[in-house]
Design a protein around this ligand. Sequence first.
Ligand code: ATP
Length: 327
Amino acid sequence: MSKIKKIGVFTSGGDSPGMNACIRAVVRTAIFEGLEVVGIRQGYQGMLDRNFWDMTARDVGNIIHLGGTILKTARCLEFKTPEGMSRAYENLKSHGIDALVAIGGDGTATGANLLSKKFGMPVMCIPGTIDNDLYGSDFTLGFDTATNTVIEAIDKIRDTAASHNRLFFIEVMGRDSGCIALRAGIAGGAEAVLLPERDTAIMELIEKLSDQANNKKTSIIVIVAEGDKNGGAYHVAERVKEKFDFYDSKVTILGHLQRGGSPSSFDRVLASRLGFAAVKGLLKGKDRQMVGLRGNVIVLTPLEEALNHPYFKLEEDLLEMINVLSI
Ligand code: ATP
């Protein structure tokens, strides 16, 4: 029999589509298992402010399709201090919370890991970030939706690019990860992709685009991941455009629209599986684990390993393919 009677669930760091579906899964699985559930608003800040919400199954009705997070999210510097973390723990205990499910990125998981190590409160972490930059899960929550949003934008830009013979540089999110850029590049039929994980010399890009221009392409779309070392889409465009008189060059920074929107079916199912597995894991006595999906199987990875292992998720075949399919 598990000693856990009441769990807390929170979202923290950047929001990502699918967080609501995940909150719903955690709340309903916990209630189904006879537990009480407390939503903690605004992540670690909410622990310090005692911003607690005793939730029922009905409180998570009609949210599966919503982007963002009904529990709000925040970045909280005070929680990083020993005093802040102690106060957060005292507040959780005084509200009767025995265990936590944290939904967020690596910072969120780092905080949860430390809290559990220091005070012995069991935690399970769910990788919620559009960047897909965590070890322990092939896909993080929100990555698929964000990539679909980017593809939708590329499709629209392609219409105008082809009509005007334009060379477009589209900057996409992902911080140090090129996962969104690579997948969106393949699915959006981009002519080139610049990624943080691979150095691309500007001369190399110019040669490639020249070949494509010589092959009579009427438009060219270059996806630039925000973490690419050439310094972003504007910089790349400045250095490339004078070589291509034939094309009218344009830059589009997609920005925060990539963070919002209704989660894809993939993210809704992933969110549900991860939330369900997190609660089941706690009830089985698991602690300090990252709940992830690997090869379509839900797996738990110790947080210590997940946080210290370098992630590399760029599929080699996609990297090779993009050069072939863009001739
Ligand atoms: P994203 O990937 O979307 O940025 P994240 O979870 O990595 O999400 P962060 O801002 O890095 O976002 O972390 C969220 C919160 O986690 C921080 O505001 C802080 O409260 C807590 N946190 C981060 N790092 C630590 C740490 N080393 N010790 C304690 N708490 C931390």
